[in-house]
Design a protein around this ligand. Structure first.
Ligand code: PEP
Length: 240
C-alpha cells in the first residue's frame, strides 16, 4: 500500500544522552503528524529509543539485519534480536553498506527474505553511482538491484531510491529527476511485490523536502543528516 513514510537514518551517530535528548524534543513536535514516522538508529540506541517511543507515533528500526537465524556469525545481529529490543523496521542494502562492507544484491536478497520471515518491515535501498548515471546506466543498475534484491520476496516492503551521488553530499536530485527515476522503479517493483511506498533519499532536508514530496511518485523520504536534528526532522515530517 502506498503511504507517506518519513524515515530517519541516524547512521553511526547519537550517543545515549544525545538519543534521549532528541526523543524528548521530537515527540511533542510530531505528535499530530499524518505520516508514518520511523527512526533507524544504531543497534545500541534501539532499545532506549523504543522505550521512549512507547505510546507515541514513532516507530523504531535498525540499519541492517543478519540473513541467518542465529549461530556463529560474529558481529552480526539477528532479526529476532532486533525485535526483542523493539525494532519493527530495518534498512537493507544502504549504499554505505554496499560500498564499504561488501553488500551485494545477493546478500541484500538474503537479508530481505530473513527480515520478512521474522516480521520486520524492510526498507530496501537502491541507487546508482555518479559514474553509472553519467554513463547512462541508471536504469540498468536499478533494474538489476531490484530484480536480484527482491527475488522471491513477498510482503510489506518499502523501497528507498537513494542515488549514491546525492547521499551526504549536499547534492540533491532535482524533484523531476527523482520523480522520473522513481516512476521507473515503480514499473519494475509493482509486478514483483505489488503497490508499495517508494521513498527518496539523498540530502533531503528541511528546505528542499516539500518540493521533493510534492512529486507524484515520491511517497516519502529516507533522511540521513537532517534526521539528527529534531527541529529539521519534524519540519520534513510535517510537509504536505
Ligand atoms: C541516507 O543515509 O540514507 C541519506 C539519505 O543520507 P543524507 O540525507 O545525509 O544524504
Amino acid at each position: 500500500m502506498r503511504r507517506r513514510i518519513i524515515a530517519g537514518n541516524w547512521k553511526m551517530n547519537m550517543l545515549k544522552s544525545e538519543a534521549k535528548q532528541f526523543m524528548v524534543e521530537l515527540i511533542p513536535l510530531v505528535k499530530d503528524a499524518k505520516c508514518e514516522i520511523v527512526l533507524c538508529t544504531p543497534y545500541t540506541d534501539i532499545h532506549r529509543v523504543y522505550k521512549l517511543s512507547l505510546g507515541t507515533n514513532i516507530g523504531v528500526g535498525a540499519q541492517n539485519v543478519s540473513w541467518a537465524d542465529k549461530g556463529a556469525f560474529t558481529g552480526e545481529i539477528s532479526a529476532d534480536m532486533l525485535k526483542e529490543v523493539g525494532a519493527s523496521y530495518c534498512i537493507i542494502g544502504h549504499s554505505e553498506r554496499r560500498a564499504y562492507f561488501g553488500e551485494t544484491d545477493e546478500s541484500v536478497n538474503k537479508r530481505l527474505l530473513q527480515a520478512l520471515k521474522c516480521g520486520l518491515k524492510p526498507i530496501v535501498c537502491v541507487g546508482e553511482t555518479l559514474d553509472e548515471r553519467e554513463g547512462g546506466l541508471t536504469e540498468k543498475t536499478l533494474a538489476r538491484q531490484l530484480t536480484e534484491g527482491l527475488k522471491g520476496a513477498e510482503g510489506d516492503i518499502i523501497i528507498a531510491y537513494e542515488p549514491v551521488w546525492a547521499i551526504g553530499t549536499g547534492r540533491t536530485a532535482t524533484p523531476e529527476t527523482a520523480n522520473e527515476t522513481i516512476a521507473f522503479i515503480r514499473k519494475i517493483v509493482t509486478p514483483l511485490i505489488g503497490e508499495t511506498s517508494i521513498l527518496y533519499g539523498g540530502s533531503m532536508n528541511a528546505a528542499n523536502a516539500q518540493s521533493l514530496l510534492d512529486m507524484s511518485e515520491i511517497d516519502g523520504g529516507l533522511i540521513g543528516g537532517a534526521s539528527l536534528k529534531s527541529a529539521d526532522f519534524s519540519i520534513i515530517v510535517h510537509c504536505k
